[in-house]
Structures are given as structure tokens and as C-alpha cells.
Design a protein around this ligand. Structure first.
Ligand code: AHR
Length: 514
């Protein structure tokens, strides 16, 4: 039995959790849109063609903001193709995903879907094959009330009121050679600054995210962010980061350790952003929007190997089936985000439905929760309030990090604590504890010393684990994996004791005792 101690104090906070931390991503990729969120003719589809079964799961997942329409897709997308009478919209080749894009779903359908799902829209503009003027045009189309050609066009398309989209991303992954928009930091930074400037002239209430490094393994890590912010610091509030973790070598200790890589990545980019600001004598603090994150490796291969003959519409691409160990990793990354709540104020799990997603669907059939659905839904529901500083005392192990593209080891994590934890002081006096036991073999007793709280009682305690870490939910076994009750939680005066099974994700929600 392994022992761990956690020390926390209600007065020592990291930051207030921004609900935007619980975002997701929908790209025109595979079956993400078509037969994901949108499937006219499906038994649960509403009059607009939105799948109600998926909408229910999206609400249960607790998603707060959704990025759209890409991803790599946006870097060759013409937003004008996706608005106006559906029968007049062009059918285009979606180059990167080797698919036919029918454009029957576009910006207005996305906004309508967001309103139904109760989520905030986050739009990405194409700064690769298009540029600042097209981006400003889209802001005008979406956000100007009326009286201009593009805002009146939106009204003629049936949307009288402006969409009021606040969060805009200036392209994405422009540092990635695999991306349609790949370019140099100087070239991108200059265009991003120009686009941001004129987009804000159209609507000065918007928030803008510049595209930062696409992962900790990127050769240009740090220098990209520095150069881009050198150009764009005055024009943006956010820097967007991406990372997909992997288990290429079937090395679960390494997979579970990988969340620590996210900690280092966040801290490194924040240091660079603050250094750029310091050089300018600027007090501006750029916030991190972790715009794409997940586990992705089974269906990950060079784009040319994803190609299917004949430019199909919505082919089944990137349909990763997630296991228990992937869900543990997702819990670990959520802890990383919470523990940087002062600077990571937005994040998008990539993606939402079918494509590397917490929700799977069958075309014409059911929708179900993947394993990674659970930690996300729990954290979104229960981790609301102030994140507290936690001091964790426990033993550690060494782990390797694997490059997501080339499968080789690219780094080492020499000291990975077996326990990864976060604590949230909830509004109303409660406390939520999140704990990842990364020891694959041993149970762990965790003794939490919690100062500054009144008498607490267990409101909810769950654990996600399985004797088979490869277990997954599939159409044949929709609920094979789900959280169970965590027994043995003992609450004393200023203490909480938890017994965590090996390789497990636990959520303990404590309320003020009656
Ligand atoms: O989410 C899948 C792809 O991953 C996105 O299109 C791209 O931005 C990233 O490389």
C-alpha cells in the first residue's frame, strides 16, 4: 500500500476556474459534423437535422464552449460556402481530410446548434489560404447588427439578430509542417496581428487568440511563441496551445505521466509570453487557451495514409476507441489545467463527436459515452470555484515521453509523483478533490490536511478504474466502463482520508456538513 499526503488551505488559491476550461472542438472532419451532431433523417433529429441524442450527451458532458470549424480544415475553408440557401451551396474538396464537403452545415447552423446545446461558440478564421480581410468579413457577417452588406446578408439568410461571437482564433497550428497553413513565425505573427487589428475594428468587444506552439515536441517550441507574440501582443488576449498525448509503446506509466508534460508546456509558454511583455514594459498577461488536447495515436498516421478513394462525404476518420487508461490520462490533464487556473482560462477537448471524441455515434443508430467522457463530465460539473494550491508528498517514478508523430522517445520525465491531485474550494463552502493514482500495482492511502474549511461531509465519491485498462465502451457494450462508488472515504476535523485503487481516477465532492 502506497502512502501519500496532501496539504491545502482555503486561503491559498491559484485562481478562479473559468467555465471556458470545459470546452470542446467540432471540425468538418470525418463524422464529426455529418452523422455526428447533424444528421437529418436520424430518428432523434429535430427539424433542423440536429441529433437530439447527441445534444443530450453534450449537455451531460458539461461542455461550455465549442471551437469550429477546424483544425486543419479551416486552413482551406471559405466561410462563404457555408452560408445562404443550402441548395445553392457549393460542394468542395476538403483537401486535408480527402473528403467531399457538402457545406449543408456552416456558420449559421453551428451558431443555432450552440444555442440549443447551451454552449458558447468559438470561431476560427482561415489565415492560411485566405487572410485578414476575409476574417474581418466574417466578423462583420456574424456580429454587426445590420446596415452593412455582410450583416444584411446574414439577416437575409434568416438571422436577424447578430450572433455576438466573442471568442475568435487567428488560424491554428501554423507552426505544424503537416498543416495546410504551415508558415514561419514571422510571417504568421505579422498576418495575425493585422487580422486581429481589423477584426477588432469591426467589433471591439471580441477576444482574440493567436496560434501558439502545437505541442511540447515541436522543434520551434518557445521561439515560435516569442516571435508570434512579438508581432501580436498588442492585438490578442490569448495564446492557443495544442497537444495530443499517445501510448504508442503501450507504456501505461508513461501515458499517465504525460499530463506532467502539459504542466511544463504551459509554464514554459507563459514564461515566454511574460518575457515578451516584460521586454515591452507591458503589464499585459496573455492567457492560455488550450485549444486542442486529448489522447490520439491509434488512428493517427500521415495524412496521405488517411486518404480513401473517391472523395467520400464524412468518411469514418480518426474514430479512436478510448480505453480506461486514456480516461485516466484525460483526468490527469484536467488536473494540470486546474492547477494553472490563473493562466489557463479556456480549453477545448479535441474533439466532441466521433472524431477523437468523448461521444460516439452510429449513423442512423445510437450515441454513447466513451471512457474519456466521465472525467470530463465530472470535472465540469463539480470543479467550480477556486483552485487551491496543493502540496503533494508521495513517491515518484521516471517515465519516457513519446513523440506523437515519429514514435521515438523525445523527452524524459525523471520525477513523476504517483499521485496527481487538485483541490477546488466550491462556492458555498464545499471542497472537491480530484486524484489520479498513477501506481499501476498498488493501492494508495491519501491523507488530506484541509485547513480553513468548516465541517465537511461526503456528497459524492466515485472512482474510475478497471482490472482491464484496455476496456472500452462500444456499441456492443455501451456502458462497459463507468465510474463506481469510491468506498472508504473518511472525513475528520480538517482531514480527509481516501483509499485509491491502483491505476484509478477519483472524484470526492464534500459539502458543508449539516
Ligand atoms: O483534431 C485533429 C487535427 O489535429 C486538427 O485538424 C489539427 O488542428 C490537429 O493537428
Amino acid at each position: 500500500m502506497r502512502q501519500a499526503r496532501v496539504f491545502l488551505d482555503r486561503n491559498f488559491t491559484i485562481g478562479r476556474i473559468d467555465p471556458r476550461l470545459f470546452g470542446a472542438f467540432i471540425e468538418h472532419l470525418g463524422r464529426g459534423v455529418y452523422s455526428g451532431i447533424y444528421e437529418p433523417g436520424h430518428p432523434t433529429a429535430d427539424e433542423k437535422g440536429f441529433r437530439r441524442d447527441v445534444l443530450d450527451l453534450v449537455r451531460e458532458l458539461g461542455v461550455t464552449i465549442v471551437k469550429y470549424p477546424g483544425g486543419n480544415f479551416v486552413s482551406t475553408y471559405n466561410w462563404e460556402d457555408g452560408v445562404g440557401p443550402v441548395e445553392e451551396r457549393p460542394r468542395r474538396l476538403s483537401y486535408v481530410w480527402a473528403s467531399l464537403e457538402p457545406n449543408t452545415f456552416g456558420t449559421n447552423e453551428f451558431i443555432a446548434w450552440c444555442r440549443l446545446a447551451g454552449v458558447e461558440p468559438m470561431l476560427v478564421v482561415n489565415l492560411a489560404t485566405r487572410g485578414p480581410q476575409d476574417a474581418a468579413n466574417l466578423v462583420e457577417y456574424c456580429n454587426v447588427p445590420g446596415g452593412t452588406t455582410l450583416s444584411d446578408l446574414r439577416r437575409a439568410h434568416g438571422f436577424d439578430k447578430p450572433h455576438g461571437v466573442k471568442f475568435w482564433c487567428l488560424g491554428g497550428e501554423m507552426d505544424g509542417v503537416w498543416h495546410a497553413g504551415a508558415t514561419t513565425a514571422d510571417e504568421y505573427g505579422r498576418i495575425a496581428a493585422q487580422a486581429g487589428k481589423i477584426m477588432r475594428w469591426v467589433d471591439d468587444s471580441i477576444e482574440l487568440a493567436v496560434s501558439g506552439s502545437s505541442g511540447p515536441y515541436i522543434p520551434t517550441l518557445g521561439s515560435w511563441d516569442e516571435t508570434v507574440l512579438h508581432h501580436a501582443l498588442d492585438h490578442v488576449e490569448w495564446i492557443a496551445l495544442h497537444t495530443y498525448l499517445n501510448n504508442w509503446k503501450d507504456d501505461p506509466p508513461a501515458l499517465l505521466a504525460a499530463a506532467d508534460l502539459i504542466d511544463a508546456f504551459i509554464e514554459g509558454v507563459i514564461a515566454v509570453a511574460d518575457a515578451v511583455a516584460a521586454k515591452r514594459r507591458s503589464s499585459k498577461r496573455i492567457m492560455v487557451s488550450f485549444n486542442e488536447w486529448n489522447v490520439w495515436y491509434r488512428t493517427r498516421r500521415p495524412y496521405e495514409h488517411l486518404r480513401m478513394p473517391g472523395w467520400p462525404v464524412a468518411p469514418p476518420l480518426l474514430e479512436e476507441v478510448y480505453s480506461v487508461e486514456d480516461a485516466l490520462m484525460v483526468g490527469g490533464v484536467l488536473i494540470s489545467f486546474l492547477n494553472h487556473a490563473d493562466r489557463v482560462r479556456s480549453a477545448c477537448l479535441a474533439q466532441l463527436v466521433n472524431v477523437i471524441a468523448p461521444i460516439s455515434t452510429e449513423t442512423g443508430g445510437p450515441a454513447w459515452r466513451q471512457t474519456i467522457f466521465y472525467p470530463f463530465a465530472q470535472v465540469s460539473r463539480l470543479a467550480r470555484g477556486d483552485v487551491l494550491r496543493v502540496r503533494v508528498e508521495c513517491e515518484s517514478y521516471a517515465a519516457a515521453c513519446y513523440n506523437p508523430y515519429r514514435r521515438e522517445t523525445f523527452d524524459q520525465l525523471p520525477s513523476v509523483a504517483y499521485l496527481k491531485a487538485s483541490a477546488v474550494a466550491n462556492e458555498g463552502g464545499g471542497l472537491t478533490l480530484l486524484a489520479l493514482n498513477r501506481d499501476l500495482d498498488q493501492e494508495m492511502t491519501v491523507l488530506v490536511s484541509a485547513r480553513g474549511f468548516g465541517r465537511l461531509a461526503v456528497a459524492e465519491a466515485t472512482v474510475l478504474t478497471d482490472s482491464d485498462l484496455k476496456a472500452a465502451n462500444t456499441k456492443a457494450a455501451l456502458m462497459r466502463v463507468k465510474p463506481a462508488r469510491l468506498s472508504g472515504v473518511a472525513v475528520g476535523a480538517g482531514t480527509v482520508r481516501m483509499e485509491l485503487p491502483p491505476a484509478s481516477w477519483s472524484v470526492v465532492h464534500l459539502r458543508v456538513a449539516a
